[in-house]
Design a protein around this ligand. Sequence first.
Ligand code: SF4
Length: 65
Amino acid sequence: MRVIVDFEKCCGAGQCVMLAPRVFDQRDDGIVILLDEAPPEEQHAAVREAATVCPGAAIRLDESA
Ligand code: SF4
């Protein structure tokens, strides 16, 4: 899995950080920081959920990677 974040779409809501704190962090202004663009298997379910709930639809997943 490869994680792609569109920082322009991120509205800083932070759901991704709560769901997958090993993969996402936030800057002081709330905008997401991608910590791991190729997360290990055990993180995949949390990352998928983060992508689903992200209010800005800013998280895209390439499942072929
Ligand atoms: S859930 Fe989406 S909008 Fe919220 S901080 Fe994460 S990437 Fe940004």
